[in-house]
Ligand binder design. Structure first.
Ligand SMILES: [Zn+2]
Length: 430
């Protein structure tokens, strides 16, 4: 990987609270003036990231966010992208900690308990690091945190099965601070179909539609990442509030079911929602996706063999697997590909409907040139390079999301529905 780490103190952010130093990776041949301008915008802007999976190791590996994760690996062998110093270096104002419950947990049970563990872990990090982190649940909270120079921790559920088919549970998750719910993960469930799962409901079931209406009433954003195209369209038929794709790209650039097709893009723009671009190179770029799949198929028997050899030594397995993957490199799309997706959305529906949804700590590798959160400024730099104005950049970094979030809060206040005695919903007017 070609990267130039600037030794200039200017590019280093010394973390006052941990003594760590995090440096952004300045691109080789960077225009210094433009780079400075990018760093300046990064400091001034309200920056919101739609999805971060650091929550899982906070539970499974007892990870404290003050630990230095640079160059370290998750239990499953994937590299870490997040810690408090890296948060600080990224310039981020608000991060959505993913309350992610896997399809396996869904099938074996215990999904609501798993969500509770992840919510608790998020809150404990906020309690442990009050000078750096603050709990946020509204668009106003995010703006306030920016003024206080703190980082907002917000939460979003990933996998609608977490509510265990209960609107009572959905409401309690809202009360616990959940502000979006991705209706599925990769498997279809009782009331919604996933992007690559079986067709169980032909989109959203009647109960699934009730869930969307109740989320509108509460002010919980409906997230259409991971769902089937039919679910995307069903949601857009029903939702009275803006929707988000918390971590998906544009299918017009990379044809992957995890990305949003142009026809849906146009509907999201009409709805006032935001597509928050996922940084995973296999979603950003078809060549990376193809080569990654080919490599997995080619190495499958070798990896199975390693799994057998290291069955009692997970660290040994991870190391051996990583070595094998490194010996079989694939094309990894550059961070500039993120801005290709932003460009596409800008050209198709306008600059007002695109944001960032990194998927940090939820993906096995990041785009070429990007090592972790600290390198978020690269996206700003690339937008500047392509002639985006500061206003446009700030929209992408956070303002578009804040507009959609505030609008969803306003829809909730209108309160067009009420809860009937049996816990179901009754329409009371429009
Ligand atoms: Zn995801």
């Amino acid at each position: 990987m070609k990267k130039t780490i600037s030794l200039l103190l200017f590019f280093c952010i010394i973390s006052a609270f941990s003594g760590q130093i995090s440096a952004q990776t300045m691109p080789k041949d960077a225009d210094k003036k433009l780079w400075e301008k990018a760093l300046q915008i990064q400091r001034k802007a309200v920056i919101v990231d739609g999805h971060n999976d650091i929550t899982s190791p906070m539970v499974d590996e007892d990870l404290d966010l003050s630990a230095n994760t640079v160059g370290k690996f998750h239990r499953d062998g994937d590299p870490f992208h997040t810690d408090l110093a890296r948060f600080k270096a990224s310039g981020i104002t608000a991060e959505f900690f993913s309350i992610y419950v896997s399809g396996t947990d869904y099938q074996k049970g215990g999904k609501m308990r798993r969500a509770m563990e992840l919510i608790d872990a998020t809150n404990r990090e906020i309690e442990k690091h009050p000078a750096q982190l603050t709990a946020c649940t509204t668009a106003a909270d995010i703006r306030q945190a920016k003024k206080q120079n703190k980082i907002c921790a917000l939460m979003g559920i990933e996998g609608g099965y977490v509510i265990e088919n209960s609107l009572y549970a959905l409401r309690n998750f809202y009360r616990l601070g959940i502000r979006y719910m991705t209706l599925t993960h990769n498997v279809s469930h009782d009331w919604a179909d996933a992007h690559r799962g079986e067709v169980k409901n032909n989109g959203l079931s009647d109960f699934g539609k009730e869930v969307v209406r109740e989320m509108n009433r509460l002010g919980m954003l409906v997230d259409i990442s991971h769902v089937s195209d039919k679910v995307m369209n069903d949601v857009l038929d029903i939702s009275t509030a803006p929707v988000i794709a918390s971590h998906s790209g544009a299918r017009g650039v990379a044809n992957h079911t995890r990305n949003v097709p142009d026809d849906v893009l146009k509907r999201v723009a009409k709805n006032g929602g935001v597509i928050m671009i996922n940084f995973y190179p296999s979603f950003l770029d078809e060549r990376t996706n193809r080569e990654e799949n080919e490599r997995s198929a080619k190495l499958k028997s070798q990896i199975d063999g390693l799994r057998e050899i290291y069955k009692n030594d997970p660290n040994g397995f991870n190391e051996a697997e990583r070595k094998l993957l490194n010996e079989n490199p694939i094309y990894i799309a550059s961070y500039t590909r993120i801005v290709d997706h932003i460009d596409h959305i800008k050209k198709t529906v306008g600059i007002d409907y695109v944001g960032l949804g990194s998927d940090f700590d939820g993906v096995p590798f990041l785009p070429e040139g990007m090592n972790g959160m600290e390198d978020l400024v690269l996206v700003t730099y690339e937008m500047l390079k392509r002639g985006y104005s500061e206003t446009e950049i700030r929209k992408v970094l956070g303002e578009n999301f804040l507009r959609a979030f505030a609008q969803a809060e306003a829809v909730a206040k209108i309160g067009t529905r009420k809860i009937s005695a049996d816990g179901s919903l009754k329409k009371i007017g429009k």
